[in-house]
Design a protein around this ligand. Structure first.
Ligand SMILES: NC(=O)c1ccc[n+]([C@@H]2O[C@H](COP(=O)([O-])OP(=O)(O)OC[C@H]3O[C@@H](n4cnc5c(N)ncnc54)[C@H](O)[C@@H]3O)[C@@H](O)[C@H]2O)c1
Ligand SMILES: O=C(O)C[C@H](O)C(=O)O
Ligand SMILES: [Mn+2]
Length: 637
C-alpha cells in the first residue's frame, strides 16, 4: 500500500461552533490549536494577546513537535512527551502519530508502554480518563455522569489492570494501556458544537484516501475507564508515591457487583456503545465476556482481538506454506483444519486464539466443534493440559481443549513443550505465556523435524513486551535455516540472511491485536451492532489476511520474505477496510441496529450497499476544522 499522506486542505473539514473563549479554549485539548489558530479565530475567541504573532499550519506544528520529540533521547522520554502533547492538543497529537505511525507506535504502545505503565505513579503529571475506585462504589453513578453528561460516547475502553501485557498487576497505572486508545474530553459540558451544512461526502472520501486516520473513531466519543479495585502488586502497595487505592484486590461477590454496576451504567446511558475490556485477569476476563455477551456490544481485546489477528496471520501463513508445498511432492494442506496447533500459555490470549481458530475451522471447513477442538494442544505452567493432570482453576472454555487420557500422556506429571512437539508434530506453534525464551533451539528443531517435506513451520511468539517474547525472530530464522514463517507481538527488525545461496530479507509482521481492534470496533460502532458476534470477528480477520503483503506477493511465485500481516504504518487504511467488512457482516446477520441497516432481507441488502459510504462519512480525521464562535452556545449542551 502507498504511504499515508496527511496533507489536506483544511477547508474540506466542516466548521465547528464553539462557545469557549480565551484561556478556556487554549486549555481544552480537544479544541486547542495553539499557534494554529487563524487571525479570524484569534479575534473571535479572544486569543489575540494570548498567542505570539505568527500562525502556523498543522504541518509546521507537526514538524516542530517532531523535532522536539527527537530531542528526547529514550523511548520513555518520548512517550512522556507524546502524552503531554496529547494533553495539550489532540489534533496535533493524532496528526503527528499519523505522519510517523510506524515509528511512533512502539513509543506509545508495546514495548515502551510497559515502562510507562510500570512507572505511572512516578512519572505522573496529569490524570486522563475516568477512575472508578472501589471505596467510592456508592457514588459511581455521579462520577460517571460528571465526566459523560452531554456526551455522545460510542466507545468505552476499560481495564482493571490485573494482567497488563505480560507484566502483571499494575494497579492504577494500567490506565496507561488504554489512554493511548482513547482520548477523553475535558469540560465537554461547557461546549456546544454542530456541523455546518455542507456536502461532506467528497470531503471525507478525500480525507480517507489521502489522510492518516487513527482508528477512525472520533476521540471525543470515547472514554477510558480504570476500575481501581486495588492491587496485589507488593511493590506498588509499599510505594508511598503509588497514586491508586493502596489495598489488596477485591475478589468474589463485591468485585462482580462493582463491575456490574459499571456495566449497567454503560448500558443505561450509552446502550449503543461498544464496551472494550483490556488486560483483565484471565478468570475475570472470560466470566465478564460471557456474562454480558448477549446483552451489550462487549469486546475483550486480549481474547477476541488477539484471536482475530492471529487467525488472520495464520490464514496468511498457511497460504504461503501451502504454495511452497505445491512445488514439492507432499500435499498442499491449504486448510485451517489441516494444521496441528500447539498453544503455549493458556490464559486470556491463548484461549482466545484457540476459540477463534476453532470457530473459524468449524465455519470454514465444516468440522464438528469437538473434531476441531482435537486439533489443539494447550500448554500452561503445568505442562500440557490433559485429563490426568490435576489442573487448577480450569474454565469452561479450557475444558473443551483438554487432551484425552487415552492419548497416553501419562499420569499427573508435567508434559513439556518439547515432548508435545515431538509427539504431535505441530505445523503451528503459538506463544502467549509471558515466558521469555521458551521456544528454544531444541524445541524449534524438533518442530522442523516433524514437518512434511517443503512445509514451513509457522511460529508466533506473541508475548509482550519484546523482552518477554518466547523467541526472537533472528534466532528462529537461523535455527530453521530461513524456513520459519514468523510474527511477533511486539515489533522486531527484519532478518537478513542467505537461504540456499540467495540473499533474503524476511519482514516480521507484528501480530498484535492493535492491528485489528480499531477496525472491529469501528465496524461494530458504525453498524451499532447489538453484540459482537464470532462471525463478525471471523469476517474481519479474513479481510485483514487478504490485505497481507505475504498473500499478495506470493500469488504467482516463491515466497519473497514479505510480512504475514499488513504493516502498522498502513493500519489506518487496513482498519478502515476491516471496519467496513465487520459492519457489512453485522448488517447481513441482523445484529446491526443503525437506522439505515434495515430489518427485512431486501432492506439489509440495501444496508450492505450503504456501509462504505456511511463509513467514509463517519471516519474521524485529525485535521483542524474552522471554528466559529457561538456566543449563544448552551453551556450544558
Ligand atoms: N500479540 C498480542 O496481540 C497479544 C495479545 C494479548 C496478549 N499478549 C501477550 O500474551 C501474554 C499473555 O497475555 P494474557 O493476557 O493471555 O495473560 P494471562 O495471564 O491471561 O495468560 C498467561 C498464561 O501463561 C501461563 N504461563 C505463565 N508462565 C508460563 C510458562 N512458563 N509456561 C507455560 N505457560 C505459562 C499462565 O499460567 C497463564 O495461563 C502477555 O505477554 C501479553 O502481552 C499478546
Ligand atoms: O497491548 C498490546 O500490545 C497487545 C495486547 O493487548 C497485550 O496485552 O499484550
Ligand atoms: Mn492487552
Amino acid at each position: 500500500m502507498a504511504a499515508l499522506n496527511v496533507h489536506k486542505p483544511p477547508n474540506l473539514i466542516p466548521a465547528l461552533r464553539i462557545a469557549l473563549r480565551g484561556h478556556a479554549i487554549l486549555e481544552n485539548p480537544r479544541y486547542n490549536k495553539g499557534t494554529g489558530f487563524t487571525l479570524k479565530e484569534r479575534k473571535a475567541f479572544g486569543l489575540e494577546g494570548r498567542l505570539p504573532y505568527r500562525t502556523n499550519s498543522l504541518d509546521e506544528q507537526c514538524d516542530r513537535a517532531y523535532t522536539q520529540l527527537n530531542q528526547r533521547d529514550t523511548p520513555l522520554r518520548k512517550n512522556t512527551f507524546l502524552q503531554s502533547l496529547k494533553d495539550q492538543n489532540w489534533i496535533l497529537y493524532f496528526s503527528l502519530l499519523a505522519r510517523h505511525l510506524k515509528e511512533l507506535i512502539p513509543i506509545i504502545y508495546t514495548p515502551t508502554e510497559a515502562e510507562a505503565i510500570a512507572s505511572y505513579s512516578h512519572i505522573f503529571r496529569r490524570s486522563d480518563g475516568l477512575f472508578l475506585t472501589f471505596p467510592d462504589e456508592d457514588i459511581m453513578e455521579e462520577m460517571f455522569l460528571e465526566q459523560t453528561r452531554g456526551r455522545d460516547i460510542e466507545l468505552i475502553v476499560v481495564t482493571d489492570a490485573e494482567a497488563i501485557l505480560g507484566i502483571g498487576d499494575q494497579g492504577v497505572g494500567g490506565i496507561g494501556v488504554i489512554i493511548q486508545l482513547t482520548c477523553d474530553i475535558l469540560r465537554e459540558a461547557h461546549v456546544k458544537f454542530r456541523f455546518l451544512q455542507q456536502n461532506l461526502s467528497y470531503t471525507r472520501k478525500t480525507a480517507l484516501k489521502t489522510a492518516g486516520l487513527v482508528g477512525g473513531i472520533d476521540p471525543s466519543k470515547s472514554l477510558s475507564v480504570t476500575l481501581d479495585v486495588g492491587t496485589n502488586n507488593e511493590d506498588l502497595l509499599n510505594d508511598p508515591l503509588y497514586v491508586g487505592w493502596p489495598e489488596r484486590r477485591i475478589r468474589g461477590e463485591p468485585y462482580d457487583r462493582f463491575v456490574d454496576k459499571f456495566v449497567q451504567l454503560v448500558r443505561k446511558y450509552y446502550p449503543h456503545s461498544l464496551l472494550h475490556f483490556e488486560d483483565f485477569g484471565v478468570t475475570n476476563a472470560h466470566r465478564i465476556l460471557d456474562r454480558y455477551h448477549d446483552t451489550h456490544a462487549v469486546f475483550n481485546d486480549d481474547i477476541q482481538g488477539t484471536g482475530a489477528v492471529t487467525l488472520a496471520c495464520i490464514i496468511s501463513a498457511i497460504r504461503v506454506s501451502s504454495r511452497a508445498r505445491a512445488s514439492s511432492s507432499s500435499p498442499e494442506k491449504k486448510k485451517l483444519s489441516e494444521q496441528r496447533y500447539i498453544i503455549f500459555g493458556a490464559g486470556s490470549a491463548g484461549m482466545g486464539i484457540a476459540v477463534q481458530l476453532r470457530d473459524a475451522i468449524v465455519s470454514a471447513d465444516g468440522l464438528s466443534r469437538s473434531d476441531a477442538n482435537r486439533l489443539f494442544w494447550m500448554i500452561d505452567r503445568d505442562g500440557l493440559l490433559h485429563q490426568n493432570l490435576e489442573i487448577q482453576g480450569v474454565t469452561e472454555h479450557t475444558k473443551e481443549f483438554v487432551r484425552s487420557a487415552e492419548e497416553g500422556w501419562g499420569g499427573n506429571e508435567h508434559v513439556s513443550l518439547l515432548k508435545v512437539v515431538e509427539k504431535v508434530r505441530p505445523t503451528v506453534l503459538i506463544g502467549c505465556s509471558t515466558s521469555a525464551g521458551a521456544f528454544t533451539r531444541e524445541v524449534t528443531e524438533a518442530m522442523m523435524r516433524g514437518l512434511d517435506e517443503g512445509a514451513h513451520p509457522i511460529i508466533l511468539p506473541l508475548s509482550n513486551p519484546s523482552r518477554l517474547a518466547e523467541a526472537t525472530p533472528k534466532d528462529l530464522m537461523h535455527w530453521t535455516s530461513g524456513r520459519a514463517l514468523i510474527a511477533t507481538g511486539s515489533p522486531f527488525e527484519s532478518v537478513k540472511m542467505k537461504v540456499d545461496g540467495k540473499d533474503m530479507e524476511f519482514f516480521i509482521a507484528e501480530c498484535n491485536n492493535a492491528l485489528i481492534y480499531p477496525g472491529l470496533g469501528f465496524g461494530s460502532i458504525l453498524s451499532q451492532s447489538r453484540t459482537v458476534t464470532d462471525t463478525m470477528l471471523i469476517a474481519g480477520a479474513k479481510r485483514l489476511a487478504e490485505l497481507s503483503p505475504a498473500i499478495s506477493s506470493t500469488d504467482d511465485g516463491e515466497y519473497n520474505g514479505a510480512a504475514l500481516l499488513p504493516d502498522f504504518g498502513d493500519s489506518p487504511r487496513v482498519n478502515f477496510e476491516v471496519g467496513v467488512t465487520v459492519a457489512e457482516q453485522a448488517v447481513k446477520e441482523g445484529t446491526a441496529t443503525a437506522d439505515w441497516s434495515g430489518t427485512t432481507d431486501e432492506e439489509r441488502q440495501r444496508g450492505i450497499q450503504e456501509v462504505r459510504n456511511r463509513a467514509e462519512k463517519k471516519v474521524w480525521v485529525p485535521i483542524y476544522p474552522e471554528y466559529i464562535y457561538d456566543q449563544n452556545g448552551q453551556n450544558d449542551a
